[in-house]
Design a protein around this ligand. Structure first.
Ligand code: PGA
Length: 259
């Protein structure tokens, strides 16, 4: 399988933003771009509070709805959490897992990421597992160690066949919400590292089919160059996914034909 056979995925992470009216307006505003972008998969992840409305609004369209988290248990005494089955019931088809904001502010660990991934896989939710190093870690030359630890922790014990739908988002923490995007070369280097690691931990087949998204200050004016990298299969977009025009441009990214 070549990179051309990995279907590009553009995901918008709305984080804790937008009221119901704003959510509906944004869905309406990106509808055309999503239906025009041939071969591109578009996913949006609204906050839990607007999931039902957004899942309903995207029904029958090319846009898929994701949650920003999912709990590992089927149900129970887990105040503030949300079970995979409840998400599925709303029409949610995907889940972001282990976002760095969850790791930084809410005590998410590699173990909890692993367990959440298990629940998503079991429920048939397309899992988007986030990994990435902090600025201190990058400056201390620890990027590869961090990525490897996070990956191993999240994926440990799953069979390659379980992971065939897995999506990994490489999101360097220093690039998230800072306007400091990784250079296309930095993104490519990290994505290639991740792919090679998956090949050595699992199989060549899983690695070549694995979609790896880049996240961290993706904008309409840098998406084309990022998407031109052979191992960048999509983007996880925060701030720029909140504006219909900008996100539409990102969904419709243009990769110059190879010369
Ligand atoms: P950003 O966020 O695009 O605002 O940097 C990306 C993310 O957190 O997924």
């Amino acid at each position: 399988m070549t990179s051309n056979q990995r279907r590009p995925l553009i995901a918008g992470n709305w984080k804790m933003n937008l009221d119901l009216a704003g959510a509906k307006a944004l869905v309406a505003g990106i509808q055309e771009a999503a239906s025009r972008a041939d071969g591109v998969e578009t996913v949006i992840a609204p906050p839990f509070t607007s999931l039902a409305v957004v899942a309903q609004a995207v029904k029958g369209t090319k846009i898929r709805c994701a949650s920003q988290n999912v709990h590992w248990a089927e149900n129970g005494a887990f105040t503030g959490e949300c079970a995979a089955a409840s998400l599925k019931e709303l029409g949610v088809e995907s889940a972001i897992i282990g976002h760095s904001e969850r790791r930084q502010h809410f005590g998410e660990t590699d173990k909890s990421v692993h367990d959440r991934l298990g629940a998503a896989l079991k429920a048939g939710l397309l899992p988007i597992v986030c990994i990435g190093e902090s600025l201190d870690e990058r400056e201390a030359q620890e990027t590869w160690r961090v990525l490897e630890t996070q990956m191993k922790g999240a994926l440990e014990g799953f069979a390659p066949t379980d992971l065939s739908v897995l999506v990994i988002a490489y999101e360097p923490v220093w690039a998230i919400g800072t306007g400091k995007v990784a250079t296309p070369a930095q993104a490519q280097e990290a994505h290639l590292f991740i792919r090679k690691k998956v090949a050595s931990l699992y199989s060549e087949e899983l690695a070549t089919g694995l979609r790896i998204l880049y996240g961290g200050s993706v904008k309409p004016d840098n998406v084309d160059e990022l998407m031109s990298q052979p191992d960048v299969d999509g983007a996880l977009v925060g701030g720029a996914s909140l504006k219909a025009d900008g996100f539409s441009r990102i969904i419709g990214f243009q990769v110059p034909a190879a010369s």
